[in-house]
Design a protein around this ligand. Structure first.
Ligand code: UD1
Length: 421
């Protein structure tokens, strides 16, 4: 077991390049199952979630090679259509293999998925979507299975633009006869990236401006090459750290349009934001201003994944801020940890009230989940003195060697052995 030791209170400055988006690379790796050949995927961050996904692909019979940030996935030899508990329990997005494997093999059985503990996270919309396409969906012990050979395109209306359900339906319908339309589909940038990957491999998928995705069934997908988009959540995490520690940071390899929903919040905090074609500069010289009200929503709303990091910056703002979490029902676990630094946050139902304090104090805390982990790192960077953060396996799921990234901006962060465990 490892933990982070952070000697906080330092200004952040310098230039940093964003790594690839976790939420893009995971579904794209699942989608590679549909390809009859080789997928060369660039800009794949070395995250624990990516390593688990690679292990799933190898278990299924794919050959996977990593060279730097490029993964070469040869799925010609896929010979299995089930995924075991040991893989499925590691990450939530493993459920996206259901649509891909069912479409490829005609019969997929997956152990029910794990992932961050941020709410109930049902998969009813995924399963309903697959059923509408004509798959026979059933449970077998703790496994969820989908089988079917004669899959036909259909119209699927999502009651909520679920990211995972949209991805699963797209993958399950790539080889369907005729056309599938998904109404009220999610339009997160990672969905667009998945569609771009599939279209390069020969799929025929279109998205229109009203959130309707149209998938025209094709017979097969061929070898392809793709570069994963950069991680917009990492960008916001770095901006939150700068806002709260003060500093001047240039973030390269950014897709400005993807980060846009969070920019007004940093402007309201009083940060100076300058966007160029593919970089964002954030300058923060003063204590952040409070932000009256933030409400998380599906894209292009304020992302739920940025809620915790931004909350960490608001802990030292000059007044009261409010954040309403509308996407997940239990995504405020980090608030207790932030309060251990001397923050003043109260939660009632889905609203967190953050009463800004002058300063945070060093603390010994734990990561409650991936983005909650990022929030406590930001609090530790802000507090003068040495803090210790345990359970950092959560952070490693979505941030590649976070200590190196922050150290490159002048922070004093070290990964050390956790002697207790
Ligand atoms: C994905 C992201 C996650 C992000 C979330 C919302 C990945 C790997 N993860 O998660 O980082 O926070 O989108 O942007 O891409 N729901 C149902 N039934 C379903 C599916 C979802 O009720 O069948 C509910 C969920 O419980 C949740 C909400 O819909 O309350 C949003 O979930 P969804 O958009 O599906 O998120 P994920 O795909 O799990």
């Amino acid at each position: 077991m490892e933990k982070l030791m952070i000697d906080g209170g330092k200004r952040l400055s310098g230039e940093i390049t964003l790594h690839g988006a976790k939420n893009s690379v995971l579904p794209i790796l699942s989608a590679s199952v549909l390809v009859n050949g080789v997928s060369v995927i660039h800009n794949c961050p070395d995250l624990s979630d990516v390593r688990v996904t690679v292990n799933i692909l190898r278990y299924l019979g794919a050959r996977v090679k990593r060279e730097g940030s490029t993964l070469t996935v040869d799925t010609t030899g896929i010979c299995r259509s089930n995924i075991l508990e040991e893989y499925m329990s590691e990450l939530r997005s493993s459920i996206i293999f259901l649509g891909a494997l069912a479409a490829r093999t005609g019969n997929a059985c997956l152990y029910l998925p794990g992932g961050c503990d941020i709410g109930l996270r049902p998969i009813d919309l995924h399963l309903k979507g697959l059923k509408s396409l004509g798959y026979f969906v059933y449970t077998q012990g703790s496994n969820v299975c989908a089988s079917g050979e004669d899959i036909k395109g259909t119209k699927i209306v999502l009651p909520f633009p679920s990211v995972g359900a949209t991805e699963n339906i797209i993958l399950a319908s790539v080889f369907a006869k005729g056309t599938t339309t998904v109404i009220n589909a999610a339009k997160e940038p990672e969905i667009t990236d998945l569609i771009n990957f599939l279209n390069k491999a020969g799929a025929k998928i279109k998205v229109d401006s009203t959130s309707v995705i149209t998938v025209k069934g094709v017979k097969s997908l061929h070898s392809t090459e793709h570069t994963v988009i950069s991680d917009r959540i990492l960008a916001t995490t770095l901006m939150s750290a700068t806002a709260s520690c003060r500093g001047d940071v240039l973030i390269d390899n950014a897709v400005i349009n993807d980060i846009m929903p969070t920019l007004p919040v940093f402007e309201e905090m009083g940060c100076e934001i300058t966007c160029n074609k593919s970089s964002i500069r954030i300058k923060a010289d003063n204590r952040p201003h409070c932000v009256r009200f933030i409400e998380t929503m599906a894209f292009p709303g304020f992302p739920t994944d940025c809620q915790a990091p931004v909350m960490a910056s608001l802990c030292v703002a000059d007044g009261m801020s409010a954040i309403k979490e509308t996407v997940f029902e239990n995504r405020f676990k980090h608030t207790e940890q932030l309060n251990l630094f001397g923050a003043d946050i109260t939660v009632k139902d889905r609203i967190a009230m953050i009463n800004g304090v002058e300063k945070l104090y060093p603390a010994c805390v734990k990561c409650t989940d991936l983005r909650g982990g990022a929030a406590v790192v930001i609090a530790a960077l802000t507090a003068d003195g040495v803090s210790y953060i345990s359970d950092i396996k959560h952070i490693d799921r979505g941030y590649e060697r976070i200590e190196n990234q922050l150290a490159s901006l002048g922070a004093n962060v070290m990964r050390i052995k956790d002697e207790k465990k």
